[in-house]
Design a protein around this ligand. Structure first.
Ligand code: COA
Length: 416
């Protein structure tokens, strides 16, 4: 079976997380991803957060599957020559260096277009044009600058970052969409184009419901926020809302049986209006179905603490899985809080390839997250990440067209 991106070659100048997330997805979809790294150094994450001495870290392996690694010093004359050949041979170049790094190497967008007008040049940067355009940015900075931290946490408490890597991986996924659109556009324009994603913009895009609420605030309190029912005034900006649902159906995280000792014995419970009567029956409050204080969604909004307190009295008598078994057939949307331990043990995720065991020549077997995007005619196999420079010779020979003698000279000159 062919892969969706068979025949697409990616010049992968990415490092750390945001860029590698993007190129890993393209590789899973079948693109030939050539990861350029500095000899003896490589992507900094190879050595970060190591669990086994001298072995590529899980941080690196889990973000660089299905790629080939080529070491190249793109600042040396010979290295620049080889890099130019690679630009000629590739369809897409992806990079997430600090602003200006590629220009300093001598490969501005204008120069890249001269070398290969069909090249799609995709970049991640921390910020778009403006006062912060030159800043280096990591995940949590993006979460803070993109509106996530100010709206995450408990009302009145400190801003919080989330465990989801929405700044890095979130931006990488946005970049994939841009690259695929540019590839499609090239099929009729014949030309490449520049694709840019700023981490601040991507986080803000993922936080768009909070920008929605910022504008609603001008027209009165946000009644579905718990603090409304608690009689607390709203300030000028969207507040942190704990575990309140971000949508139109109120929801909260509630304790389940065992919560006293198990930090993950909780469920998310949504009081969807359409199934309110089912909720009343399940929690033993059938009288709420007709009670004017509880029967209609609008009437419940100032009483959400009482509503969820009563539901929690019921969920505390059940495990999080029992809550799901009881509520699902009644169309009540609930979800157990699953720990990472529970997720890696979940059989169904293994079956769909979302959690995959990979064998690595130096570290042995480890678990990773497979491609969450499932294509019926282009399934993804997860291939272990490359060792540093593992494919240098074959890429120089087969893609760049160097002879064995030329490869030897390039090595002697320190270009690879
Ligand atoms: N050959 C020669 N030089 C190379 C090279 C190669 N193969 N690969 C990289 N380099 C050089 C770069 O040209 C750059 O040199 P310069 O500073 O002289 O121009 C240098 O290595 C380091 O690049 P830089 O991106 O500045 O790395 P850093 O470790 O200092 O910063 C980040 C890391 C992530 C903060 C920064 O890259 C960044 O802000 N990236 C954009 C936002 C982003 O993606 N952040 C999230 C990361 S998950």
């Amino acid at each position: 079976m062919t892969k969706a991106l068979d025949g697409v070659r990616i010049l992968d100048m990415t490092h750390v997380q945001s860029g590698p997330t993007c190129t890993q997805i393209l590789a899973w979809m079948g693109a030939d991803v050539l990861k350029i790294e500095r000899a003896g150094v490589g992507d900094a994450t190879r050595g970060q957060l190591r669990d086994i001495p001298d072995v590529d870290s899980l941080y690196f392996t889990m973000l660089n599957h299905n790629k080939r690694s080529l070491t190249l010093n793109t600042k040396s004359d010979k290295g620049k020559e080889i890099f130019t050949r690679l630009i000629e041979e590739c369809d897409v170049m992806v990079e997430n260096f600090a602003p200006g790094a590629l220009d300093r190497m001598g490969f501005s967008w204008e120069r890249i277009q001269e070398i290969n007008p069909r090249m799609i040049y995709a970049s991640v940067k921390g910020f778009g044009p403006g006062p912060y355009a030159d800043c280096k940015v990591y995940e949590n900075v993006a979460q803070c600058a993109g509106g996530s931290a100010s709206t995450t946490g408990i009302e009145g408490g400190v801003p919080l970052v989330t465990g989801s890597q929405i700044g890095d991986s979130g931006t990488g996924i946005h970049l994939v969409a841009g690259i695929l659109a540019a590839l499609y556009h090239r099929t009729h324009s014949g030309r490449g184009q520049r694709v840019e994603c700023a981490m601040q913009d991507s986080v803000l895009n993922l936080c768009r419901v909070k920008l929605r609420d910022q504008q609603r605030l001008a027209h009165g309190p946000l009644k579905e926020y718990s603090q409304f029912g608690e009689g607390k005034d709203f300030g000028e900006a969207v507040p942190r809302a704990g575990n309140d649902s971000g949508g139109g159906q109120p929801g909260r995280i509630l304790k389940c049986k065992g919560w006293e000792t198990d930090p993950d014995a909780y469920t998310y419970f949504i009081t969807q209006a359409a199934v309110w009567k089912n909720v009343c029956d399940v929690i033993g409050k059938p009288e709420w179905k007709e009670d004017p204080d509880f029967a209609k969604p609008e009437a419940r909004l100032p009483r959400l603490n009482e509503v969820f307190g009563t539901i929690e009295d019921w969920t505390k008598t059940k495990t999080k899985f029992e809550v799901m078994e009881i509520c699902n057939p009644l169309n009540i949307p609930v979800g157990p809080i699953l720990s990472m331990k529970e997720l890696v043990e979940e059989e169904s995720l293994r079956k769909t390839g979302t959690v995959v065991e990979v064998d690595h020549p130096e570290r042995g077997k480890y678990l990773t997250v497979g491609n969450p995007i499932k294509l019926s005619d282009s399934p993804s196999d997860v291939v272990r990440s490359p060792l540093l420079g593992e494919h240098t010779d074959e890429i120089l020979r087969d893609v760049v067209g160097l002879s064995d003698e030329e490869i030897k000279i390039a090595k002697e000159e320190g270009a690879i």
